[in-house]
Design a binder for this molecule. Sequence first.
Ligand code: BES
Ligand code: MN
Ligand code: ZN
Length: 476
Amino acid sequence: MELIAATEGLDLEGKTLIAAALQGGAALPGSEDAVAAVDGALIDASGFEGKSGQSLRAPHPEAAALVLVGVGEEASYEAIRDASGEAARLVKTEDAVSLLGKADIEGSVRAVVEGTLLGGYRYRDYKTEENSRPHLERLHVVEAQEAELNEWKTIAEATNLARDWVNTPARDLSPEVFAGLIETAAVAAGASAEVWDRERIEEEGLGGLLGVAAGSDRDPRVVVLTYKPSRPTRHLALVGKGITFDSGGLSIKSSKYMEEMKVDMSGAATVVAATVAIARLGLPVEVTCITPLTDNAIGGDATRPGDVLRPVDGPTIEVLNTDAEGRLILADGLGLARRHEPDLIVDVATLTGAVRVALGDEIAAVFASDPEVADRILGAAGRAGEDFWEMPLYKKYRKSLDSNVADIKNISGSRYGGAIVAAVFLSEYAGDGPWAHLDIAGPAIARETSGERVKGASGVGVRTLVELARAFARPS
Ligand code: BES
Ligand code: MN
Ligand code: ZN
């Protein structure tokens, strides 16, 4: 979608006007004239009061139509963002003018850009007819600066890039194909990419990744992205779980839980998309982004429960449940990240079903090596408008992972506290430096369309990581 900083004397012919109204029906500053031109009785009859979540599409004398969206009494950033998402889906012409941008509220232009691009997102690569259906192609944002539009557009587009990858059927997104797409996107953004094939992965001794890949006919990959600005202030390492399909392996999932498992490379999609945005924005932070990619399948040589794996560094692992595979490839990913001696490591993964039991489908979990790191992530998430909650890295659960034959086992054997136990497992490989683990298994998929969210892959975490990098670039 094209975003244009609208100028005076805009020709409204054929365009849809988008205006926001507060609770009680009063139009936000700047859109009063547009709203006044619509038959007031019509608005009254529709029941539209300007409440958050309400919307109305009405005929307008000068434009194709007027789409009114409610932003509630407070007209907060989040309310405007979500109202813009609703508007993007209601617009039936290819062109629209947003009078929301004129709202005298901090972050309103950003809210309009994010809401429109994210809420207007559609994944239609496999739809036969939907391709030809008109949708919003251009948005003219009133009283916005070009530079500001481009900045938020870059971040929203990165989020949609992650959504595209996660929505792609696993058949069409093998580790090899995904690695190629990652490389292309990263290089276009100005980062450099190294793709490791099976031979290189064996040379490097990534026993965790090879153990998970053993059951698949599709070879694994590791992609290492490097973004190095001319004067970096800090070095951030990002690690993303890239299970291109999680069948569970020999500890196979039931069909109900397997249905959605193309989502299991969301962590990789998120860290790569964030790296792309950081590079595009030219933030002065060095980024090393590592994504181990593999299917978790059930071929004849698949890892068996009781097998022992040797990751590149750290404790040997007895695999008792092959469905706890994310931590096996992340053990390698974190081991590689440590070698780069970054100032902070952040891993992102759809790691556990347990985190969904704990926090539900709209909140991502943060585990951090220390309170300062937790504050950094939570602060970034707050500014990015994403919902994260801290969970404890409770080291006393480490003993539940003691193995009879190896240094550690990959499951505790108890159903309880699974997200915490998984984080404690990862801490064995993250080293002693600052580290955060984001378990996004809940919000990686949006279960319904509303506001900025569109049913399907959410791209959760991209905005938080970019915001983290932005703040990290300013050492205190
Ligand atoms: N990929 C799953 C976690 C998941 C569940 C992601 C739902 C997205 C939605 C992960 O690999 C997994 O299977 N975890 C197991 C761990 C258990 C065997 C200790 C789980 O949560 O059941
Ligand atoms: Mn699994
Ligand atoms: Zn998994």
